[in-house]
Design a protein around this ligand. Sequence first.
Ligand code: HAM
Length: 437
Amino acid sequence: MALITKAIKGTQDVLPAVSHKNQYVEETMLRVAQRYGFREIRTPVFEHTELFQRGVGDTTDVVQKEMYTFEDKGGRSITLRPEGTAGAMRAFLEHGLFNEALPQKVSYLTSCYRYEKPQAGRLREFHQFGVECLGASEPAADAELIGLAQTIFETLGVEDLSLEINSIGCPECRKEYHAALKAYFESHREELCPTCLERLDKNPMRILDCKSPVCGRIAAQAPVVLDYLCDDCRTHFDRVKAMLDSMNVPYAVNPRIVRGLDYYTRTVFEFVSDSIGAQGTVCGGGRYDGLAEELGGPHVPSLGFALGIERLLLVMHSQGIEFPQPDPCMLYIAAMGERAACEAASIAQSLRASDFPVEIDTCGRSLKAQMKYAGKLGAQYTVVLGDNELDAGVYTLKNMQTGEEMQIAADEFIETFVETAILAMEADLKEMFGLEE
Ligand code: HAM
């Protein structure tokens, strides 16, 4: 039978040799977000299709072309989440979190699914770290959120990202803007792609986000929403900028940012890299003051952002950022014979329960092969157990770096190993920080 060895196009395996990198960035992001008051939320990988049609917007590329939608056995239309905001808002409304102290600040790490043409930095299954601040209307929330993204990048040592911000106004100021856009695109009607022709009537702002080169060229000359902001939206945007200035967060106003999802209002922003090719937007977000109502809930001014893990890792690699290595194996217990194997398993179980990474033979290897494997693991210490050692009640602990050996009574082995290992770790730390012995 032929082996099934090909993953689905646009999906990626994260192999054990590199998964510590994902863990490191994910743990860092969750930890930094906690400092800003965000607590993790977990929502299902699939939702009712209607949630995304209404939430993300049925004139967006995501909804029109990219969703993984299917009918389940009960005849419901189900969609794998293309992004995390709609699900987070659904959970917030369903569980009545709007009755609790606001804002509710949530973070998430999720897989997302979009049927896009795969290329570097663009996958069909990708992963987002996201945050949503639900129930905060003031510019301070916008600045806080952008400040959080900035701190995450700083903590990870990511440098070459530029922050671009814009305001796309509210439904009020958009009335006039939509009219201006419509008039502009009408004059290019013949050149627009069929999808944008449909958008012309329903939602002309979506044409600004079309990926077709011709529509893109026309959109580049279109009127910009910043010129149409109402007084409230302009004041809001000015205050966001003033706060970013006072927080020393560098940004550039880019009036062409509109974002690809329909729920946005007022502030939108993107962190962009020019070192990873065409898919350079690493993080994107903004306000979505109308989303809760769009989904049938109360008025809950909200905002958030999501950061693509795969794109972030591409940027970190392109910058040559070093990742902390996972803990190495501290002790390899080589065993010969059944009695020794039982003793090895018993010691390993105790030490592992006390947080020490320990390895034993599980493949029935010869002593020579076990020691070779211990070398591959980079074990810091080894101990060899056989009938002789068990009968004598004395084990020899070997430091693999210095070659030093230490005889330890069998019934004191665990305690002595723990002491030795802790002393060695302390000495390493002192050396690392240049402290006197
Ligand atoms: P988005 O801009 O569609 O926004 O996606 C956010 C990030 O996810 C992008 O900046 C990118 O890094 C990553 N991403 C998107 N599509 C792909 C893909 N096909 N392959 C790899 N990475 C990808 C949202 O999803 C909003 N929910 C963000 C948000 C949260 N707005 C408010 N709250």
